[in-house]
Design a protein. Sequence first.
Lengths: 217, 229
Amino acid sequence: MAQNIPQVQNTGAIKSAEFVKLTIFNEYSNAANVTTHTFSSAYKNETIDGDLYLALGGLLAVGSQNRDLRVTAGDTNISLSGVSGNNIQVVLDTKIRGSEVEVWRGFYDDNDVLGNSYLRFTGIITNYNIQEERSGTDDNFVVTVSASSYKTVLSNRIAGRKTNEESWKVFNPTDTSMDNVYSIAGVQFDFGKEPTASRGGGGGSDGRRDGGRQQQR
Amino acid sequence: MSGLQTIIDNCQGIEIDRRKVVGIQITRNEVARTSETPTFNPWKLNLTMPARLRYNEARSLMEQLDVLDRNTPQVVTFGNTSCLSWIFRYQGTLAPSQISTMTVSSFIGNQLVLTNLPAINSPRVMFEPNDLIQIGNYTFPFTSTTQVTRGTGANVTITTNRPNIISGGVVGAGLTVGNACQFYMFCPNMPTYKLYPGGAQYSAGGTLIGNALVEFTGDFQLYEWVATA
């Protein structure tokens, strides 16, 4: 969707800062149980969309993000300081993979006061990396998290259910449609013919063995 | 001798760097376009030391520099000696007693508003460009970017060189100006030192107590410690 950004219109000079929000879901079954970390490259703490973004959070860099007219999959990296902060603890001691990431860009006026902010990227953390850079007496730590856009996540998603009793009752426990799948799996049928008593009888050619086949949707 | 303050007091050259984080592009038809991130914009001072300190007189300084190393900040000032106090001398016309009565009304972005102003004539200059202003005990000096006169209002507004980076409350805080302002700096490259023969000194009894001059291996690149601003 096209975005109207007055701060960059009719001017050759813009002032902006980046704001990163990391939402960690602590419980699989409880979406409300989250821990939020916010970082920014701004000179002071700023509130965007109700969230306070910390200027001293240790944001080092935000990778590039693809901007295309059509929906395309894009990944980005976010680097955080691992020096005298809790960022290493954040990635090692929390359920960081699968966390949601938002990257905002905020625009400042001539008096360095934050105006409008715009959401640039939404995705989930797919990986993290802690890098120690030690050279002589220089010793630094950098925490990098990799985030994939939702397009990538959806492309890699396998969804559906199996045509057996167990899978069928996940969504509706009273659904008995697949209760007999186990008993008839492997049985060959000649449709229209009286069924035989023993399994494996028959001899027709249109038997169906789909007890474990996935139904894509 | 006191660490970085001694270096400032004895240096033979100072380079002041207050450049901001900007991106500059020039289009094909030579139109310049810029982007800027309003950062903490820390003070960066590059100090060049002469190789003239006698080692036996500078041993305490060496120890203090080694203790500070590359990761410990220290409060320094340019008003310590008369040889340096002119660098950031206050250029306005207010007396110290008049400065001490003024307080901060608000400080949003780079707009510093002062109140409790002295009763002086409206054309009187309160701040000249490059005058240092320190708010309360926050050792993170700002500069006035323009000439500020008293005017007739109850407040005056100063456009500062950088936005308000102070996380604590500043409303009602007093001011320090000029060379009395303090800087909170550390030296991330803390140069090492080398001794070479020279400057022999003898005790009253004729014992050789020192025969070396101290030469630093590079400039002192001081960087403002804004993490506690």
